[in-house]
Write a protein of this length. Sequence first.
Length: 254
Amino acid sequence: MRPDSDRWAPVLRPAVGSPRIRLICFPYAGGGPDLFRSWAGGLDDGVELVAVKLPGRGPRLREAMYADWETLIADTFGALRSGGLLSAPHAFYGHSFGGRVAYEMARLAARTDPGATRRLFVSGSRSPNTPQARPYLHELPHEAYLDAVRAMGGTPAEILDDQAMMRLFMPTMRADMRLAELWDDRHGAPGVDVPITALYGRDDPVDGHAGMRDWERYTSRDCELVEMPGGHFFLDTHRERLLETINARLGGPS
């Protein structure tokens, strides 16, 4: 693996013993690898946990954020592949904005490493043909944007109320959310030859059942729609239930 790989996709937990599969995770808008560190103890021993770290956060805070999907996809996929992360059996998991990125990675991986992607988990992320709700949140003025983020949940109030912290986080959150909201059916269906598990929160006002039910159009393999308790950030509020679902689909204990 290239020395640069930790900059893009650090291994949060190696598999115990012989790795059976690598789980590559993509966070929601503004998030980084730390969102997935708490998963280490809940995954099956045979699963290696990797999380993607995009520019504009953590040690990469001063790096320019992406303004278009083409560059984001090309750079991220290039880093994963050159780092040797796609040649062995793997699955992608992405939540909200990260679900869009995970889908784009699965499409490209099918061409370069056919058969290596064993499953795509899209979580709290509308299907490509589902129109984005308006008005766009990324276009809202500052206070209205903060109110909208607060209503979604997921971002602690102490961060939203801390002006210094928000000056650091706001540009990244807005940049990611802009891309997430502008993302659409870029390729047509079917999109991947990989089984899809599409997970949505029962009380999610952002991308619930209606926004995710069409994911079956975007794979030539099986697609299941799984309801989770909670709202848009069920990956935080109902982590144990989510990891049980992931383990079961990856062949580990449920």
